[in-house]
Design a protein around this ligand. Structure first.
Ligand SMILES: O=C(O)CCC(=O)C(=O)O
Length: 271
């Protein structure tokens, strides 16, 4: 049984890609996350990066403040798209592996680009994604996110941090702090003492699949290097919200695109 939460992947021109095994699933179930290195190749990431730099500006960007008042910029998509972002969030390289981890048919719950710009991008407080989604009508934590590094992510520029194994705690209460929602501080303190803290340093194209109850956070970006990442979140079809609370997260069938869809789309659209 694999114990290291890393799956080596190759993303070559023939687009071979890793399919998570039973051992990977066991690792994911025990640690709450799994890393797939180079799930996407650098030319594919460059297509997303170019598009994002061109069109994620102005009104497309939501600005939230962290506890210290630093801006946390993000762009969000409510449904699967036919654009470059959709070629990633609908890509079978991601979705087939998500189905393995969640054990059934899934749909895209939301997608976002988290934009931590150099020297100003704000921090994220400790939280579980299910801390939000439970309130949005999802009865079960049969949900996860796939974070894809657009830029290199390091400790200095505020890479994602996780408490390995903390998803086993189940959902903890969350409180509103400024414009973010934070897991109850007493539980967080106890969890930090109990579960190993892991900094997820990533190269562009690396992906991390993480459980919706995994406690995670990230520091503000104090470096000269931008740190953007794209996060696609998935829910099982049977766990679709029992009520409509938000414009996102509502069930819509997910039309998967083949592994080579990014390059084909880029060629077609001249990206
Ligand atoms: O990108 C980050 O640093 C954290 C984002 C995050 O925690 C979230 O979107 O839930």
């Amino acid at each position: 049984m694999a114990t290291k939460p890393e799956v080596r992947a190759t993303a070559d021109m023939g687009v071979t890609y890793p399919r998570f095994s039973a051992a990977d699933l066991a690792t994911y179930n025990s640690k709450g996350f799994l890393i797939a290195r180079q799930l996407f190749a650098s030319d594919e990431m460059d297509c997303m990066k170019r598009e994002a730099e061109r069109n994620l500006t102005g009104a497309a960007v939501l600005k939230k403040a962290d506890r210290a008042g630093n801006p946390v910029d993000l762009a969000m998509w409510n449904r699967p798209q036919d654009d470059i972002y959709g070629m990633f969030s609908r890509n079978e390289r991601v979705v087939k592996n998500v189905e393995t981890l969640l054990g059934g048919e899934v749909y895209l719950y939301s997608a976002k680009m988290i934009m931590k710009n150099a020297r100003e991008g704000g921090a994220w407080e400790w939280h579980q994604d299910y801390g939000y989604w439970y309130d949005y009508g999802c009865l079960l934590p049969s949900m996860l996110s796939c974070l894809i590094a657009v830029d290199r992510a390091t400790r200095e520029n505020g890479c994602l941090q996780v408490l390995s194994g903390s998803h086993a705690m189940g959902r903890v209460n969350h409180d509103r702090i400024n414009e973010q929602t934070m897991a109850n501080p007493e539980h967080v303190e106890a969890a930090i003492a109990r579960f190993p803290l892991v900094y997820l340093e990533l190269e562009p194209g690396d992906a991390v699949f993480f459980h919706c109850n995994l406690l995670h956070r990230s520091d503000a970006n104090r470096s000269d290097h931008r740190r953007w990442n794209f996060i696609a979140s998935y829910n099982t079809v049977e766990n679709q919200p029992y009520k409509r609370v938000r414009d996102y997260g509502n069930y819509e069938p997910l039309m998967q695109v083949p592994a080579n869809a990014i390059r084909e789309f880029a060629t077609k659209c001249g990206l």
